[in-house]
Every structure is written in structure tokens, then in C-alpha cells.
Design a protein around this ligand. Structure first.
Ligand code: BO1
Ligand code: ZN
Length: 262
């Protein structure tokens, strides 16, 4: 029997080795089975209030590119939806595949999307830092948005234009005045929600996931620029393309996925 809360598991190219991951019962991502989700009429519309002035920088952290926001005050926040408290935006990032046939972390009825956006928020009503909230129930709220290939996304283009400057792992550039609301689908009233975890270390089970039903469209060329990023730093002699930076799906283990729509 395993007495530890943590089990050694899973070799993932992204994490370059075996890792201690929580062998918990509420890991993410999952396959959302639409007909098994439960309509919850108590679920409220989402309320995002993002201040583009809190946008600070964009960096290649070796698993994705992160657009980071100043989260020292409540200037960019999320409330409503399944949430009781107010949550502060700290960063957003994406997961994507090497081809358009896969790349998302969540799936809907086993359907894979070429990419998935994650807007990461922490509970600023209850905690004073991300690092505190990350350990706690209802500490974090992440909005997931699926990307499909179609017409070029004008809002995303400003970001795409900045990516060549952070091609290598650990590179950072200033990035200002970007309103992440432009990356949300037109309809944010329809979503699924469930209790889960971060999908990369520390994999803590502190996330209220809010997965949008409606996807956004981006062009093949825009995704191609995502794929031109590197997992590797400038010092490494073998370059590795940043693709397939998603976690394998995790068992639902009796959890309920609620939907805001029927
Ligand atoms: S995700 O949205 O579930 N893919 C996800 C996974 C890992 C993190 C965030 C979101 N990691 C954390 C880091 C912290 C960092 C924070 C905010 O992101 O563990 O060190 O402060 O950027
Ligand atoms: Zn993510």
C-alpha cells in the first residue's frame, strides 16, 4: 500500500523526467461527456473585469508562453459563474498540438481541439498571494477556451507578433495593454464547471474549472507561430519545438460536471 499522499508517476516529455504528483481524486484535464453533465440553474453568468494596464510581460517558461498580469491589486478580476468569491487574474497561456488534429487538454465527448487557452485566477477575497491560494480548496479559478482553426483572430495577432522575441525557454519581453477579454468567445454564459487541478506541477487540486462551450477561431498561420516556439533554451544544442504541451487526461472518479445551459 502507498501511505504517501504523493505517488511517483508518469514520464512526460514536457517535464523531462518522473515527477511526484498528487495521486488525488480530482485531477485535470478530463473528457467532458456532455450528456452526463448536470444542468445547474443556480450557476450565474461569468463576470470578467480586466484592466489592460495590468498586463506586464510575456515569457517562454519552457512549457508554454505566459502572458503575465500585475496581481498585486484587484484591477483584473473574475467573479460570478460557479464562484462565491472574487478572483484575480495572474496569467494566461495556451496548450497546443503539433498538428490541428489535437492539442487541447480538455475534450468534449472525446473531441479534441487544436489548442486550449487557460486564464488563471486566484481567490483574492480569501488569500493574499497565488502561492497561498494554490494549496487551498476554491483557491484558484481557471477559464478554459477551445481554439479551432478558421479565420485569423485579430485580438490574438498582437500576441502572435510578440512570440518570435521569446522563441527560447526563459526569454521574457515586456508586453503591455493587452485585454484578455478579447480572447473570450462571444457567449460566456454557456460553460461546464467541475473541481479539478492544475495540469502541470504542482498539480494541486485547488482549481474551479470553467470550460467554455463556445470556441474561438484562429488561423492555421497563427497556430504555426505557436509551434515555432522552443521548449529549449538558447544554450542547448538540440532544439525542441514547443508542441504537444498538454497533459494526458485524468479519470473523473465520481466527480460531477455541471453545465450552465441545457
Ligand atoms: S493550468 O492552467 O492548470 N495549465 C496551470 C498550471 C500550472 C500553473 C498555473 C496554471 N502554475 C503556476 C506556478 C506558479 C505561478 C502561477 C501563476 O502558475 O506553479 O509558480 O506563480 O503564473
Ligand atoms: Zn494550462
Amino acid at each position: 500500500a502507498c501511505s504517501s499522499k504523493y505517488v511517483l508517476s508518469q514520464m512526460h516529455p514536457m517535464w523531462q523526467g518522473p515527477l511526484a504528483i498528487p495521486g488525488g481524486d480530482r485531477q485535470s484535464p478530463i473528457d467532458i461527456i456532455a450528456r452526463k453533465s448536470v444542468l445547474d440553474t443556480e450557476l450565474k453568468p461569468l463576470v470578467t473585469d480586466y484592466d489592460p494596464d495590468t498586463c506586464q510581460q510575456i515569457w517562454n517558461n519552457g512549457y508554454s508562453f505566459l502572458v503575465e498580469y500585475d496581481d498585486t491589486t484587484d484591477k483584473s478580476t473574475l467573479k460570478g459563474g460557479p464562484l462565491r468569491d472574487k478572483y484575480r487574474l495572474c496569467q494566461f497561456h495556451f496548450h497546443w498540438g503539433e498538428s490541428n488534429a489535437w492539442g487541447s487538454e480538455h475534450t468534449v465527448d472525446r473531441k479534441l481541439f487544436p489548442a486550449e487557452l487557460h486564464l488563471v485566477h486566484w481567490n483574492s477575497d480569501k488569500y493574499s498571494l497565488f502561492e497561498e491560494a494554490v494549496m487551498e480548496d476554491n483557491g484558484l479559478a481557471v477559464i478554459g477556451v477551445f481554439l479551432k482553426v478558421g479565420k485569423r483572430h485579430e485580438g490574438l495577432q498582437k500576441l502572435v507578433d510578440a512570440l518570435p522575441a521569446i522563441r527560447h525557454k526563459d526569454s521574457v519581453v515586456e508586453f503591455n495593454r493587452f485585454n484578455p477579454a478579447c480572447l473570450l468567445p462571444a457567449n460566456t454564459d454557456d460553460y461546464w464547471t467541475y473541481h479539478g487541478s492544475l495540469t502541470t506541477p504542482p498539480l494541486t487540486e485547488s482549481v474551479s474549472w470553467i470550460v467554455m462551450k463556445q470556441h474561438i477561431e484562429v488561423s492555421h498561420d497563427q497556430l504555426a507561430v505557436f509551434r515555432s516556439l522552443l521548449f529549449t533554451s538558447a544554450e542547448e544544442d538540440v532544439q525542441k519545438s514547443m508542441v504537444n504541451n498538454f497533459r494526458v487526461q485524468q479519470p473523473l472518479r465520481g466527480r460531477t460536471v455541471r453545465s450552465s445551459f441545457s
